[in-house]
Each structure stands twice: as C-alpha cells, then as structure tokens.
Design a protein around this ligand. Structure first.
Ligand SMILES: [Zn+2]
Length: 405
C-alpha cells in the first residue's frame, strides 16, 4: 500500500460528503432501468454526471457504453475501473419511492449502484488530479446480464483507452443480502464461476407406446443422461475443483401412449477454474454420446461457453484488503471463504489485466442479511449507504496502484 493514512481518511470523508449526490444519481438511474446493450437513458445520465469533471469522454458506438479517461497531473501508468449499467427483465416489487418506471424492467442486480458508484469514484479521483501519477479509465459497461458488454468493449479498445494498456483493473458487485451493508468481501484466486449452457437433443424414432421395441424411445435415454452427468461430475472431476451441472429443463413427447421421436435436455454448467472449464465440454459430450449409443440412439450436443472464471490476483486482493481496512477499519473486510457460483463478464478484463473483483454488502437498513431478498429478486432492495464505501474503495485501488508507478 502506498497511500498515507491521511489520504485514506480524506478519501473516506469526501465519499461520505458526496453521498447525497451519488445517491440522487442512483435513484435517477433506478427509475429508468434498461436492458442489454441499448441503454440510452442510462448513458445520458452518466454523460451528464461526468460532464463537470473534465474527463475525456467517449460514448460507445453501436452500444450504450461510456469510456472516460481522467488524466493525472503527473505521468504514470493507466488503470481501469469498471461498472456495469444494465438491468433485468423483472417486475419491481419493492415499494421504493424511486422504483422502476419501466414496466417489467428493474435494477434487481444493483447495477444502478455500480453506475452511480463509478461516477462517485470519478469525482473523488478528479478532485485529486494534481496528485495522480497516470491515468484512470472508467469503463461504464452495458449488457452484463446478457449478451455481454465487456468483450465488445475490449474489442473496441477500452483496455488501451488511455493510450497504453492499463496495468490494473478493479470492479465490485453489490449484494442485497448475505453481506451487511458496507462489508467488502474478496479472496485471492477464483471469486466467480464460469457459466456455460448446453442443450442435448436425443434423437430416437417415434412409435406406439405399447410397442417400444419397434421404436427408439429417447425418454429413458434422456433420463439416463441426466443421471450419468451427475456421475460424471463426481467421478471425473476433483471434488476440490468442482463442477456443477444442473439440468433445468427436460422436454419430450405429447401423450402417454406416444413414443416421442426426440427429447431435449437444457443444462447450466458452472466451473471454478479455467482448466476444468475447458475440460467439461468433451467429457460431457462423451457421456451423452456414449449413453445414447448404448441404446442405439444418437445425440446432438450444443455446448455454448459463457463467461469465463473471474480470477483475482493474490497481490491485488491483498492490496484491496489493506486499503479497505485502512479506509473503514478491520471489520470492513471479509476474506471470502469460497467463490460464488455466479458469473461475470468482468472476467474477460481480468484475463488480460491483473486486478481484483470484490463483493460489497448493501443489505437494506433494518433487513437481516440472512433473510433479505437476494439480487435478481423482484423484492431486492439495496442500501444507499453502500455508496459511501464502494466509490472510496475503487478510488483508493486506482490511486494507490498509480502511486506504485
Ligand atoms: Zn449483477
């Protein structure tokens, strides 16, 4: 850690002082949630909020991203802060006074806090421009919930937006339960899973339910595949580098006495290391083809890789812990005992740039972190007070990394 205790205490105080403005922006964003890559109202609010800060601002071309670059007064490397901006197709059921005005769309994952918090971090850092040795790239990203905004932003050059490749990248995610408000959680190594999806179609031959020997019944084969996949998980993969396969949907047939000509299995696959992530598709295909072949049927396996594993650099996680406890005290940090099985497209950034991704508690006042509605719930509510913490932590990570040279 390179920042002095005094730097951290003024950062903490300034984050608290600006809280009303950052919260007002969060509420404005929350009212107009938008989906996917097309977030024009959100983008407009971000551009307006950044306008007074004197950054180099570039709205996305073909998607509603915003890339802003803050130039410090002194030369030095570049670092990146990232906040995602998109909402979910959820009908809000919170009774918040700033609830969604867009029917069927809600900031149920707290990305409104990420967006407003990034503006908050930009304000804190812009006010310290004279002391910054280098540049900060602010990556306001659409499409995290799908179809993915990080990859196209990387393709458009966000990692080089300051004129050189960034040397550190930082982001966080708020949680409406589990963690008490203001608690920051991190861990070295894997913090989030990779999430893939797979559709297995079992091809049989339809017939009369009374004479299955004249048909090729895909239903028992599909059932066997479902169970064989669970055996694959426990017999072919290390229990300490696990795989989760969940068949969320299975479909076949039209009537009890009709043998269907096909059956469809849809599953999600979660993995926690890239080594295992890469091994699953072939193993899964082998199990499906093998079970089908044993009964004289065939399968088509459509494996769709999703976001990769999100991996924190140990030294960056250590720095995040030092800075967080320096800002808010020892009790503000939690060493997360294990990763979360969700997935994130910030993983694409961390594949290329060392950095860290953190969890931030935002359980609403009066609610119990154990029972409060979790992210993606129509009842999920997020504590505004988390916005006194997140922006300070992000700003500290960026400033301190630049101070390392
Ligand atoms: Zn999210």
């Amino acid at each position: 850690m390179h920042l002095a205790a005094e730097d951290l205490s003024t950062l903490r105080a300034d984050a608290q002082d600006q809280l009303p403005e950052v919260v007002a922006l969060r509420h404005a964003l929350h009212r107009v949630p938008e989906l996917g890559l097309d977030l024009p109202l959100t983008q407009r609010l971000v551009l307006d909020a950044l306008a007074p800060l004197g950054l180099e601002v570039a709205p996305g071309d073909g998607m509603s991203s915003v890339v802003a670059v803050l130039r410090g007064a002194r030369p030095g490397p570049a670092v990146l802060l990232r906040g995602d901006m998109d909402a979910l197709p959820v009908t809000e059921d919170t009774a918040e006074p700033f609830a969604s005005e867009h029917p069927g769309v809600m900031h149920a994952c707290g990305h409104d806090l990420h967006t407003a918090g990034m503006v908050g971090a930009a304000r804190l850092l812009a006010a310290r421009r004279e002391r910054l040795a280098g540049s900060v790239v602010f990556m306001f990203q659409p499409g995290e919930e799908g179809p993915g905004g990080a990859e196209p932003m990387i393709a458009d050059g966000v990692l080089d937006a300051a004129g050189e490749r960034v040397v550190g990248a930082y982001g966080l995610h708020v949680m409406s339960s589990v963690l008490p408000t203001g608690l920051v959680a991190g861990r070295p190594g894997t913090i989030l899973a990779a999430a893939d999806s797979v559709r297995v179609t079992v091809h049989g031959r339809g017939g009369h339910g009374s004479m299955p020997h004249l048909a090729l019944d895909p239903v028992p084969v599909a059932a066997e595949i479902v169970l064989a996949l669970q055996a694959m998980v426990t017999r072919q993969f290390d229990a300490f580098d696990p795989v989760v396969v969940t068949v969320g949907r299975i479909a076949a047939g039209t009537a009890d006495n009709v043998i269907s000509s096909s059956a469809v299995i849809d599953a999600t696959v979660r993995t926690f290391s890239e080594a295992v992530h890469h091994r699953v598709p072939d193993r899964l295909r082998r199990v499906c083809e093998g079970v089908a072949a044993a009964h004289g049927l065939t399968v088509t396996v459509d494996y769709q890789p999703g976001y990769p594993v999100t991996v924190n650099r140990p030294e960056e996680n250590d720095r995040a812990r030092e800075l967080t406890t320096g800002l808010f005290g020892e009790r503000a940090w939690l060493d997360a005992p294990q990763p979360i099985a969700g997935a994130e497209d910030f993983s694409y950034v961390l594949e290329q740039v060392p950095g860290v991704y953190l969890g931030l508690g935002a359980t609403p006042p009066g609610a119990d972190p154990v029972t409060a509605a979790y992210n993606h719930s129509p009842q999920a509510r997020f504590a505004d007070e988390a916005l006194a913490v997140g922006p300070a932590v992000l700003a500290a990570l960026a400033w301190d990394r630049l101070a390392q040279g």
